[in-house]
Design a protein around this ligand. Structure first.
Ligand code: GDP
Ligand code: IMO
Ligand code: MG
Length: 427
């Protein structure tokens, strides 16, 4: 039976949380496959707002099994406080499964994330400071501590000792920071182990069996296509693979299980942190988009950079991920504009580019070529069907669909669970 991937098509914060939640009624498992608590996924149910960082959005649907896949990096302290926070609001995490192969974010990863950013000065990436990059770095360098190590105190002690023997040298001698006490880390992580043990599982096996039994598995991406370590705006990216190719590796299921790849696309563009952003508006209009769209980071509270829709990026996301359907979010935010510019191509040194330039240097110099689409004045936040949308909003959606190269199957007209226009079934 099918597995579907839900992937951010831009620079993150497209509304993946809301889209995953919407599909919660149709799926049996929701799996996070990469990233960590750098993510901030918002779900609004009635008058309740939830901000999820490590927990899959499926935690909010009682019939869904939420799974943290092997591709995720887990800060166990953050995970437990997220679980506790939800428990206080009456939401149980009892069903949660955590891959034994997932890697742990350790105290030295967080210390190194902060200090390396400081050393980069103006060249900083603008990370979330959660230790994501250093944790993935150690995973690839085969120095990581994994969830399964929590089950073996002897191994855990040894791994912490080995890691800190090197990292304390780096922290103290290169960065002039205080070293970290391995005994204190061991004690802290053994306490986490006690609480996490019941959730640890061979999640790849669980998912494989579930698929054989005809269950529906939804793979929930963090971040977005342009933040992908391989396909994003390197080095201004995150350290994992949010794109659909990364979903299989990060969940432990094979590519031929995937039947749908759903891209989440905002009706305009935002980005947090440093790096190129051709359609960015640094003027009053950008400020208006930020204010109207509430574009402030869920994880760090930083102002998100805002700009017009970029069709070059959307086309790229369609190609890299093999998008079968788009969920267009935040169309309601654009209501009231006389006309709406949409970037259809770039110009680099006087040469037109219909695709993202091959080199990062050219991408930094990309100047958007805009087409103006007519706006609409009506409030669309109560629209229930495509026909309820004003003609110009319909034309805007159709134009974006045409330019992006994949069908827009759902349209967000507000943050609420019920504020979605479904054009055709996403599952
Ligand atoms: P994610 O990281 O992709 O899950 O997105 P975030 O939660 O970081 O940011 C998306 C924001 O937009 C959240 O505040 C959502 O509640 C909100 N949102 C999602 N879809 C819509 C929509 O269609 N309209 C409006 N107005 N808000 C939306
Ligand atoms: P969700 O899942 C937007 C950005 C950071 C920074 C870069 C690297 O909510 O869409 P990292 O801490 O990952 O090493 O930072 O990536 N970033 C995000 N931007 N949404 C996110 O997640 C992000 N997660 C990381 O701002 O530019
Ligand atoms: Mg977010």
């Amino acid at each position: 039976m099918p597995a579907a991937v839900l992937v951010g098509a831009q620079w993150g914060d497209e509304g993946k949380g809301k889209a995953t939640d919407l599909l919660g009624g149709d799926v049996d498992y929701v799996v996070r496959y990469q990233g960590g608590n750098n993510a901030g996924h918002t779900v609004v149910i009635g008058d309740q707002k939830y901000a999820l960082h490590l927990l899959p959005t499926g935690i909010l649907s009682p019939d869904v099994v939420p799974v943290i896949g092997n591709g995720v990096v887990i800060d166990p302290g953050v995970l437990l406080s997220e679980i506790d926070g939800l428990a206080k609001r009456g939401i149980s995490a009892e069903r949660l499964l955590i891959s034994s192969n997932a890697h742990l974010i350790m105290p030295h990863h967080k210390a190194l994330d902060k200090v390396t950013e400081r050393y980069l000065g103006k060249a900083k990436i603008g990370t979330t400071g959660r230790g994501i990059g250093p944790a993935y770095g150690d995973k690839i360098a085969r120095m990581g501590v994994r969830v399964q190590d929590l089950l073996d105190p002897g191994i855990l002690a040894k791994k912490i000792e080995v890691a800190l023997t090197e990292k304390n040298q780096v922290l103290t001698k290169v960065y002039n920071r205080r070293g970290i006490d391995p005994a204190a880390v061991l004690e802290e992580y053994l306490a986490y182990a006690e609480r996490l043990k019941p959730h640890i599982a061979d999640t790849s096996l669980v998912l494989s069996k579930a698929l054989d039994e005809g269950k529906f598995v939804l793979l929930e991406g963090g971040q977005g296509t342009l933040l992908d370590i391989d396909h994003g705006t390197y080095p201004f990216v995150t350290s994992s693979s949010p794109t659909s190719g990364g979903a299989c590796a990060g969940a432990g299921i094979p590519p031929n299980r995937l039947t749908k790849i759903i891209g989440i696309l905002k009706a305009y563009t935002t980005r947090v942190g440093s790096g190129p952003f051709p359609t960015e508006l640094t003027d009053e209009t950008g400020e208006w988009l930020r204010r109207t769209g509430g574009e402030y980071g869920v994880t760090t509270g930083r102002d998100r950079r805002c700009g017009w829709f970029d069709a070059v990026i959307a086309r790229y996301a369609t190609r890299i991920n093999g998008i079968t359907d788009y969920f267009l979010t935040k169309l309601d935010i654009l209501s009231g504009l006389e006309s709406i510019p949409v970037c259809v191509a770039y110009e680099v040194d006087g040469v037109r580019h219909d695709e993202i330039p091959m080199t990062q240097t050219d991408f930094h110099h990309a100047v958007p070529v805009y087409e103006e689409l007519p706006g609409w004045k009506e409030d669309i936040s109560n629209a229930k069907s495509f026909d309820d949308l004003p003609p110009n909003a319909q034309s805007y959606v159709r134009a974006l669909e045409e330019m992006s190269g994949a069908p827009i199957s759902a349209i967000g007209v507000g943050p609420g669970r019920d504020q979605t226009v479904v054009v055709r079934s996403l599952v």
